[in-house]
Design a protein around this ligand. Sequence first.
Ligand code: NAD
Length: 315
Amino acid sequence: MPTSLVTGGAGFLGSHLCDELLRRGHRVICVDNLETGTLANIEHIRTDTFVHLNLDIIEPYFIDEPIDFVYHLASPASPIDYLRLPLHTLKVGSYGTHHTLGVAKRHRARFLIASTSEVYGDPEEHPQRESYWGHVNPIGPRGVYDEAKRYAEALTMAYHRQQGVDTGIVRIFNTYGPRMRPHDGRAIPTFLRQALQNRPITVFGDGSQTRSFCYVADEIRGLIALAESGYHNPVNVGNPDEFTLLELAETVIEVTRSKSEIVYEALPTDDPQVRQPDITLAREILGWEPRVTLRDGLTRTIEESGAEALVGTAA
Ligand code: NAD
């Protein structure tokens, strides 16, 4: 039975990854200090092949049993979190990644870091290929996240080249599904919450900026395929179907049969105008591509979460 360590395993993506690894017969060690995640995401897991360790990976940490795979997902991920936790975000990306790479090195485990499409910044190249180096503002408010991830990628490659650690880098594009937090500030949970309450849907700018949205089950399948591939350079894993924010709002209204109207708000600083992965590489080396359409994914999210969870209570 292989053992996988999942940092950030009590978060949105991490908890789905734990579920899928357990389903595939792995033993799973989830390391999470619950900074932005929650025990509610993992409380349904009742098996002795799963353990949660409440550790802050900014401090050095050690695991006393063999590990085959390290999935490094711990990091604040939504703008609302990293704007509230700028120093923490930089420390998780640097110290946290360093300590987690150290664990992978000691255990001779395969290491996969969850990087992000944000390493491309506000791109001049569209869609974004892995070979594109990015257009990032290092000193803007979002720089703490973008640069932490860029540093973490550099650190990962240094451990690979200098220390011989078997590493991989996944550049995750916007992912959605059950267990997103209703108030985490990202477009899909915000629109769903507003639509289910028949409240105005708030679109930033004129809504012409584009995003592409990957259903969580597709994303997790891609992560595991990459971890098991032995490939070292970054790979985009996301859904290339591109929508404007306005189209997304209209689709959410349709799927939820909402009476909401659309209103427009000021664009946040350094909000990228376009975001779309080129997934040629993932298709070639992993045979991976997404299967779930936006409409189906939104329907599954509503059915699996229940309207109550999507509306939430906290302001
Ligand atoms: P999330 O906030 O739900 O999960 C992150 C988890 O990391 C949380 O459970 C949090 O408690 C934990 N964590 C944070 N700091 C920690 C620390 N110091 N020690 C231990 N645990 C800590 O976010 P998510 O959406 O699940 O994102 C997971 C990863 O995927 C992140 O690295 C993120 O950058 C990346 N990613 C996500 C998306 C997306 O659309 N969700 C897109 C691109 C990249």
